[in-house]
Design a protein around this ligand. Structure first.
Ligand code: 3HC
Length: 282
């Protein structure tokens, strides 16, 4: 099987790595040569980490890299059996990717999106076969977290869902839950209001960022606190999901705090840019 992954950022690189480690041929498309280099380096770093922690051998790493092609030429996807889109959370960009995938891969088994904020139906509507379009929502870090949310639009065919479930569980070794196509799906509908209230708590001066994070780690056994987790997710992505939740439900809990807006405007996007609530530059 050959899968195309469109976008080699934090999520796309993780998805590509998981595919390649499962023996699936994967072609990652990035926007330009700098993106190609960044994506390849991120995947190699993550494979090195797996080797260091004993989760993979040098041979496993070499085999995974053999399954991987990273390119800046969209047409290199031609002939792929399926595609997973993982570009930034920008609706116009994602719609354009689906239009192009529909033209380039007329026989693909499925066209999936890793979106956390764009309705799957809007992406399906860009194609001539919305029955084969669905959400395949991975969690960050993708090589570590087992969950994939399968998101069906009102047009997704049941056979498509079952073939993607077989791929995610049988081939990639992930575990799936099902969600309808509404903002936030299952996990983000619960998680994002919590992260936004932690940011509001910090913004109001009620507690320090360290104490807010320690509170949830030590008091609730979360692996990381909400501000550190926001930095891991990426503050631009967090904002995009908050906006999609607010557009759909008008719930005050999903209004983006002013501090989050200012940080995104300043380019303080979290780990991926070296600074968010915490400094990662060293
Ligand atoms: N790539 C590959 N492996 C990684 C990794 C990465 N980016 N980050 C961590 N790991 C591996 C490590 O190698 C380590 O493996 P080992 O146990 O075999 O040595 C293991 O994961 C644990 O890592 P660390 O010891 O470095 O650090 P922690 O124990 O603190 O775990 C963490 C780090 C896995 C990030 C953990 O803190 C965690 O699970 N945090 C919560 C993450 C979370 O909630 N993600 C969901 C975000 S929501 C989302 O993605 C949806 C979107 O739409 C918003």
């Amino acid at each position: 099987m050959r899968v195309g992954v469109i976008g080699g950022g934090q999520m796309g690189a993780g998805i590509a790595e998981v595919c390649a480690r499962s023996g699936v041929d994967v072609t990652v498309v990035e926007a330009d040569e700098a993106g190609v280099e960044r994506a390849r380096a991120a995947i190699e770093r993550s494979l090195d980490r797996a080797v260091r922690s004993g989760k993979a051998s040098e041979e496993d790493k070499a085999a995974a890299l053999d399954h991987l092609v990273v390119t800046s030429v969209f047409e290199d996807l031609e002939g792929a059996d399926a595609a997973i889109e993982a570009v930034v959370e920008n609706e116009a960009l994602k719609r354009d990717v689906f239009r192009r995938l529909d033209e380039l891969l007329p026989d693909a088994q499925f066209l999936a999106s890793n979106t956390s904020s764009v309705p799957i139906m809007k992406l399906g509507a860009e194609t001539k076969r919305p029955g084969r379009v669905l959400g395949m929502h991975f969690f960050n870090p993708v090589p570590v977290l087992p969950l994939v949310e399968l998101v069906t639009s009102i047009m997704t065919e049941p056979e498509t869902v079952e073939s993607v479930r077989a791929f995610a569980e049988g081939t990639l070794g992930k575990q799936c839950i099902d969600s309808q196509d509404r903002a936030g799906f299952v996990v983000n509908a619960l998680l994002i209001p919590y992260l936004l209230s932690a940011i509001r708590m910090y913004e109001s001066g009620f507690a320090s960022k360290e104490d807010i994070d320690q509170g949830m780690v030590l008091g609730c056994a979360h692996p990381m606190g909400p501000l550190r987790l926001s930095d891991l997710i990426g503050l631009d992505t967090l904002l995009a999901v908050a906006e999609s939740l607010h557009d759909e439900f008008r719930d005050p809990a999903s209004v983006s705090p002013a501090l989050l807006n200012r940080m995104v405007e300043a380019g303080l996007l979290g780990r991926k840019t070296g600074r968010g609530f915490y400094d990662y530059s060293k």
